[in-house]
Design a protein around this ligand. Structure first.
Ligand code: UDP
Length: 399
């Protein structure tokens, strides 16, 4: 009998790469679809529940990411199996106790990890308490291609892969086909809803109604060469057409990077430009624009596919985001170009003589889109949670 509300514990860490966005998307769909049947907790296990120095990981992550060589070193140095197994046994001893406390506190009926480093330790805790297989543990992979081996663990109940390539990697890592589901990357449910017509959105957002529009973003943190790219784009699109108008307009979303927004706001632009900080209506901005320039974040890529926006990827977080580039380029959904002037020229041509190439890329995007993924993942987790009603009281004793 289902006597109480089920508790879903989502393990994430705010280390970019779409983990936070995916966790929030899953939580909101649980609420939308099942109301108060579930109580969903999203916790940053590294930050909130691990002892120093391990809880410094998210912070040192921002530092590492901004220093590409260090990050590359950290990412690849931890990839070989032997090394990471060693790391998990040594650091795991310290961390396990704190994680176990978190489990005791939240008493989950089902656990969902959206982070590459949150399989081994939590599963070991479940195992040591005889709860492996009794409390379903699922991994939702938020990496579109080059998956770090720590994403995969043979003892998960289910592993949700965003596409066939990642599913193949999971099989190679030793998971059974029955443990793997392929639905797509979970992104906010707004993207599964019908989008308003472009001219209405443009009116609402104060954009020019007729000019083609470029959306420029650098992930949630506003990272990468946003300013140089904005200037080059504006310059390329500024030359007047026969009708006396420029070739395009530009929307720049700076995310949480305040100093970037401040600095861009003071520029005198030769074309219509809007500079935004962190926006909460990305689905509308994407619906109102024609193409996007972004770093290779998995969330932004999956969202752009749904809105049919050809992409120019201009940056990536070394290691974890590198594989997102061939995913986009090889499927004809966009290009990888770092040089701001080259980006400007490409967009100018897309909005002019190469409009056919541009349109076919937009079609390719729509073909790859998986707007319902988050709903399908949540439904599968719901079915799991319902199957396990025989676990009346999870047995998490305090260590
Ligand atoms: N995003 C947003 N508002 C902003 C900037 C970004 O909602 O102002 C969202 C974006 O739509 C995406 C996520 O933040 O869902 C960024 O995730 P991504 O995987 O692209 O990169 P990350 O920032 O996690 O490295």
């Amino acid at each position: 009998a289902n006597r109480r509300q089920k508790r879903v514990l989502i393990l994430m860490s705010d280390t970019g790469g779409g983990h936070r966005a995916s966790a929030e998307a899953l939580k909101s769909v649980f609420e939308l679809e099942y109301g108060d049947m579930y109580k969903v907790f999203v916790i940053d296990l590294w930050k909130d529940h691990t002892p120093w120095p391990f809880n410094q990981l998210p912070k040192s992550y921002s530092f590492l990411v901004k220093n590409e060589y260090l990050w590359k070193f950290a990412f690849h140095a931890s990839a070989p199996r032997l090394v990471h197994e060693f790391n998990f046994t040594t650091t795991g001893t310290f961390i396990a106790r704190e994680m176990a406390k978190a489990f005791t506190k939240y008493q989950p009926d089902v656990i969902v990890s959206v982070h590459p480093l949150m399989q081994h330790v939590p599963l070991r805790i479940l195992r040591s308490r005889g709860l492996l297989g009794r409390i379903p543990f699922t991994t939702v992979i938020t990496d579109l291609n080059s998956c770090h081996p720590t994403w995969f663990h043979k003892h998960v109940t289910l592993c949700f892969a965003p596409n066939q390539e990642v599913s193949d990697r999971a099989l190679k890592a030793g998971l059974n086909p029955s443990q793997i589901r392929v639905h797509g990357l979970p992104i906010r449910p707004d993207f599964a809803m019908a989008v308003k017509p472009k001219n209405i959105l443009r009116q609402e957002l104060g954009m020019d109604l007729d000019l083609k529009a470029v959306l420029l973003v650098g992930g949630g943190e506003g990272m990468g060469p946003v300013e140089a790219t904005a200037r080059a784009l504006a310059q390329e699109l500024a030359a007047l057409e026969e009708n006396g108008r420029p070739r395009g307009q530009l929307i720049i979303v700076c995310g949480r990077n305040r100093s970037l927004a401040t600095s861009l706001e003071s520029v005198h632009w030769p074309i219509p430009v809007q500079v935004k900080g962190f926006v909460t209506n990305m689905s509308d901005w994407m619906g109102a624009c024609d193409c996007i320039i972004t770093k290779a974040g998995p969330g932004t890529i999956a969202e752009s596919l749904i809105r049919g926006l050809p992409m120019i990827l201009n940056d990536f977080i070394a290691g974890q985001e590198a594989g997102n580039i061939p995913f986009v380029v090889d499927n004809g959904a966009g290009k990888f170009i770092k040089d701001p002037r080259e980006i400007g020229k490409t967009v100018r041509e897309w909005f002019g003589p190469r409009i056919d190439e541009f349109k076919s890329m937009a079609q390719n995007c729509l073909k790859m889109a998986r707007p319902k993924a988050v709903f399908e993942i949540v439904r599968d987790i719901h079915l799991l949670a319902q199957q396990r009603t025989y676990v009346e009281q999870p047995q998490f004793a305090v260590a």
